[in-house]
Write a protein that binds this ligand. Structure first.
Ligand SMILES: [Ca+2]
Ligand SMILES: [Ca+2]
Ligand SMILES: [Ca+2]
Length: 342
């Protein structure tokens, strides 16, 4: 707290120096000190130069916009140019990042508070508040001044989110998490050009998107790929997203090295990343179970892709061989998402 006034003074000095002002004080001190040759003054010069470098770095940091990356923890999926699995999925010719976990209630609640005082495009679903399985997000007030708060544990994945809610969340991240009504500047443009759409499949990631819903190949690679040369299976792909060809054990977290939330052993959702010993090769959690996750595959004129299975489904559905679909407007307590970025 006490740093601020002095930082401000120093930044002002730096700013004036940048404009070419000749000032009494620090600069003239440097000049007068530089005119002498004693070792003591050399030390002072060194110290002052160091302080100036520090202040310049602080100034640079102070003028940088907040980084959405810090808001959603991402992991890097390397090995660009990998071949596809026998299922035909998983080849990605570039390096990218993907969310370490599913999006949480806390993150989605921050989103709602930023852009859904008036919820023009249905980012909130009343079941988020009433479904005892998920508890959820509470909406207060009336349209124009809605506010939202997490019910219970905000570390569980958000559910009752459509493909469009996920796309709007990506736009919001892309735009630097602004506050305001649902417009082009907040939720309607950026990664996806939505402009009020809440149905249909004719929406794709825009060039230059900073966050997006993973493609099916990106999602699949993050879940199942591990080069054989790097300790993976002989054909570079595991059957389950826990670096295993054997099905995970359905058990309460944290479990062991191959555990997940499925088969209704936990009622219902577990905090994201709770199976701490069961990460995928690239460091993701819960790509098998907890909630189904949207991807951007267009399956038909009516459906988008879903993968990974959920808290009440059988083990097979967590595997790389299982591909599901949903209408992009579908919302229920077993579907969520994670994001990807460059
Ligand atoms: Ca919605
Ligand atoms: Ca394999
Ligand atoms: Ca999942």
């Amino acid at each position: 707290m006490n740093r601020r006034p002095s930082l401000h003074r120093s930044l002002t000095v730096l700013f004036l120096l940048a404009l070419g002002f000749s000032l009494p004080g620090p600069l003239s001190l440097v000049q007068s000190v530089e005119a002498t040759s004693s070792s003591a003054s050399a030390r002072i010069i060194k110290k002052l130069k160091k302080q100036i470098a520090t202040l310049k770095a602080q100034l640079a940091a102070a003028t940088m916009p907040p980084t959405p990356a810090a808001f959603v923890e991402m992991v890097t999926v390397g090995n660009a140019g990998n071949a596809a699995d026998t299922t035909t999925f998983g080849a990605v010719p570039y390096e990218f990042k993907i969310g370490k976990t599913e999006l949480t209630l806390a993150q989605y609640t921050a989103f709602l508070n930023a852009v859904a005082a008036t919820d023009a495009f249905g980012l909130f679903n009343a079941a988020m508040e009433t479904d005892n399985k998920i508890k959820g997000i509470d909406q207060s007030g009336s349209s124009g001044s809605f506010t939202y708060s997490v019910i219970g544990d905000g570390s569980r994945p958000v559910t009752y989110v459509s493909w469009f809610d996920a796309a709007r969340f990506c736009n919001w991240l892309h735009n630097g998490r602004p506050t305001g009504p649902q417009t082009a500047a907040t939720t309607e443009r950026g990664a996806y050009t939505l402009d009020g759409a809440v149905a249909g499949v004719s929406f794709s990631r825009q060039w230059g998107a900073k966050f997006w819903i993973p493609s099916e190949d990106e999602w699949y690679k993050a879940a199942y790929h591990q080069p054989a040369d790097d300790g993976g299976d002989g054909d570079n792909y595991w059957l389950y997203p826990t670096k295993s060809n054997a099905a995970p054990t359905a058990e309460a977290p944290p479990g062991g090295a191959n555990s997940a939330n499925f088969n209704s052993v936990v009622d219902a959702l577990t905090p994201v990343g709770a199976y701490t010993g069961s990460a995928g090769f690239y460091g993701t959690f819960d790509q098998g179970g907890n909630v189904w996750e949207w991807n951007d595959a267009v399956i038909s004129v009516d459906f988008r892709g879903l993968r990974g299975g959920s808290w009440f489904l059988a083990e097979l559905i967590l595997s790389s061989s299982f591909r599901d679909t949903g209408r992009p407007s579908f919302e229920n307590n077993f579907v969520g998402f994670r994001v990807a970025s460059p």
